[in-house]
Design a binder for this molecule. Structure first.
Ligand SMILES: C[S@@+](CC[C@H](N)C(=O)[O-])C[C@H]1O[C@@H](n2cnc3c(N)ncnc32)[C@H](O)[C@@H]1O
Length: 137
């Protein structure tokens, strides 16, 4: 049984990237794969992203928003974080997740890495996690 295939969503019209349609299964899969280290791994990854307080941060291929929320903690209440993903179900899930009170507001929008529909120079920091292998070589 291919678990990855079970979580796959419909292809987005504008990208051959493999989307995720089952946010809860993806979250469970992530927790199991990282074996209790998901939070510490993403905390470190977020730190390596280099965002500072009040930054405007973009997370490309944000999925369920796990890294997005970590970036929001770093950017703090004066920052702003945008997550972009081609899959509506993961974006809906991300929008419903609670955020820490002292973190930057997260907003989520449908989009693709191949052609971002965002203004130039709108972000101080751009991050991505576990997304590139969803694109064809
Ligand atoms: C393995 S998930 C990673 C999600 C999240 N970044 C994380 O670390 O949990 C990969 C994500 O890439 C998204 N994706 C697929 N093709 C994409 C594309 N062309 N542009 C942006 N994201 C894409 C999928 O919908 C999926 O949510």
């Amino acid at each position: 049984m291919n678990l990855g295939r079970l979580m796959q969503g419909k292809p987005h019209a504008d990208t051959p990237g493999v989307t995720i349609a089952t946010p809860r299964a993806y979250e469970l899969f992530g927790d199991v794969c990282f074996a209790d280290r998901r939070n510490s791994a993403f905390t470190r990854l977020a730190e390596l992203g280099g965002a500072e307080a009040a930054d405007r941060v973009l997370d490309v291929g944000c999925g369920t928003g796990y890294l997005t929320r970590h970036m929001a903690s770093l950017a703090g209440p004066d920052g702003a974080v945008t997550g972009v993903d081609p899959s509506p179900p993961v974006l809906d899930y991300a929008r419903r997740k609670k955020q820490r009170a002292d973190s930057a507001p997260c907003t989520y929008q449908e989009g693709i890495a191949d052609s971002l529909d965002l203004p130039d120079a709108a972000f101080d920091t751009v991050v991505t996690s576990l997304m590139l292998h969803h694109l064809p070589e």
